[in-house]
Design a binder for this molecule. Structure first.
Ligand code: GLN
Length: 479
């Protein structure tokens, strides 16, 4: 990505827009040029909206009107953003990168979209993802994998890989994804970005296609922590359309301890040595600013993956039951109603989605429900308590976001279990509902390529502020 308006942070662009040094139209055109150059090879956007320039002109007109009326424009007015293909925008296609919804057009705006429209952003397009957000590499998209801008032979991460690759390559200034087990933080780590999974309930889930309803959150990707914070502030808040949503002040404010908890017992195996070294360097930056890294024990953390891969498919299989070939999307007629279902679902869903529907149906079936789903739910409670206890004594828990840098396309695709292992450090925050952020912690070298890696901080419920503070220190945005 050459240096152009498309490489600005949102904060920088907003300043230039406010000072009338640039227009939204110029800014969006700069991103369209990058899209023209990069999208064919990266496959980050499934669709670039045809009306980008019109939207940008409308934003410029609104700014002029704000000025005439003496109103302060929203900092996101006229900023080009992109959203994941599972977030509904009224009148536009939304497919969750599935054949099942290839021709589906959304009939209403997701609440986050309503909020972004009110702020006046320009929607550049919908970004590629693993089908129904199931995966960690965007290889499960029915429309081909997204490639990593740092090395086109590697994955961008997933499931929000398109949103990450689009931002990392100058095709938007801010993007949004959904995170059920790491789908914002993992691609952020692989693409050198900041990615936030908010506290469960902090952002309305109305209008995001449900995967695991007790795990899902929409969240932002930014080039900086400051940008990420601004995007989060714009979309957060209680919403009458989502009974699990909460207001910003829902959880009590906390006193900082200036301690960072590091669960060393989890890092002993399976983390690449140079990723671990980058992690230690990142911790040193925090230590140089007066933070103390303390060893912590999270005895149930080793079970997190197992718990997640029971609860998530159980909820996913339930949520995907609505795609029956009758009410939504693809419909293939058979001789009987049962055949309609089988044919539509067989043709509409890809292999990973079918695998999870089978797993979920199995763990919820009578006879196995207590042994799997029931036990996983109890273990989840235990994990939640362990995190709450630890987070009463430290400001945040720090781990590498992923044990490795971006892996090669095809490397894990044939072996789902090895793919699931990449989620080892990210699934916990979804199970416990805590907010977690991934921020860049430097790079590692693989072959002739330099690849970014991220550090993840997890804080107490409602304490995103601490994540932003730590993230800014770790990245050098603030001291
Ligand atoms: N990689 C995880 C999975 O495959 C996370 C997915 C997500 O967060 N949507 O389930």
């Amino acid at each position: 990505m050459e240096s152009s308006l498309a490489t600005l942070t949102i904060t920088e662009a907003a300043k230039k827009l406010a000072a009338k040094e640039i227009t939204s139209l110029e800014l969006c055109r700069a991103c369209l040029i990058e899209i023209e150059k990069n999208n064919k090879s990266l496959n980050a956007y499934l669709e670039v909206f045809a009306d980008v320039e019109e939207q940008a002109k409308a934003a410029d007109a609104r700014r002029a009107q704000d000025e005439r009326e003496g109103n302060v424009s929203h900092p996101l007015l006229g900023i080009p953003v992109a959203t994941k293909d599972n977030i509904l925008i009224e009148g536009r296609h939304a497919s969750s990168a599935s054949k099942m919804l290839e021709n589906y057009v959304a009939s209403f705006d997701a609440t986050v979209i309503t909020k972004l429209k009110a702020a006046g952003v320009v929607f550049m397009g919908r970004t590629n993802m693993d089908e129904f957000a199931m995966g960690g590499s965007t290889e499960n998209s029915a429309y081909g994998p997204t490639k990593n801008p740092f090395d086109h032979t590697r994955v961008a991460g997933g499931s929000s890989g398109g949103s990450a690759a689009a931002l990392a390559s100058g095709m938007a200034l801010g993007t949004f994804g959904s995170d059920t087990g790491g789908s914002i933080r993992e691609p952020a780590s692989f693409c050198g970005l900041v990615g936030l999974k908010p506290t469960y309930g902090a952002v309305s889930r109305s209008g995001v296609m449900a995967m695991g309803s007790s795990l899902d959150q929409i969240g932002p990707f930014g080039r900086t922590v400051e940008d990420t914070e601004l995007l989060f502030d714009t979309i957060r808040g209680k919403d009458a359309l989502d009974g699990t949503s909460i207001d910003a002040g829902f959880y009590p404010k906390r006193e900082p301890t200036k301690k960072i908890g590091v669960p060393r017992h989890l890092l002993a195996n399976g983390v690449d040595q140079d990723v671990l070294a980058a992690f230690e360097e990142s911790l040193k930056v925090l230590q140089s600013q007066g933070y103390v890294a303390v060893d912590i024990e999270l005895p149930s953390a080793g079970l997190a993956l197992a718990i997640y891969y029971i609860i998530m498919p159980a909820e996913s299989s339930t949520n995907l039951a609505r795609f029956d070939g009758v009410r939504y999307g693809l419909s293939i007629k058979g001789e009987t109603l049962a055949e309609d279902y089988a044919k539509s679902r067989g043709a509409g869903f890809g292999p990973e989605v079918r695998r999870r529907i089978m797993l979920g149906t199995y763990v919820l079936s009578s006879g196995y429900y207590d042994a799997y789903y029931g036990k996983a739910t109890l273990a989840r409670e235990k994990l939640r308590k362990e995190y709450a206890d630890v987070l009463a004594t430290v400001d945040a828990v720090a781990v590498p976001t992923v044990p490795t840098p971006a892996f090669a396309i095809g490397e894990k695709a044939a072996d789902p279990l090895s793919m699931y292992l990449a989620d080892i450090f990210t699934v916990t925050a979804n199970l416990t509902g805590n907010p977690a952020i991934s921020v860049p912690m430097g790079t590692v070298v693989r072959g002739d390529k330099t690849l970014p890696v991220g550090i993840q901080f997890t804080a107490a419920h409602g304490d995103e502020d601490t994540l932003f503070k730590l993230g800014k220190i770790a990245t050098g945005e603030s001291k």
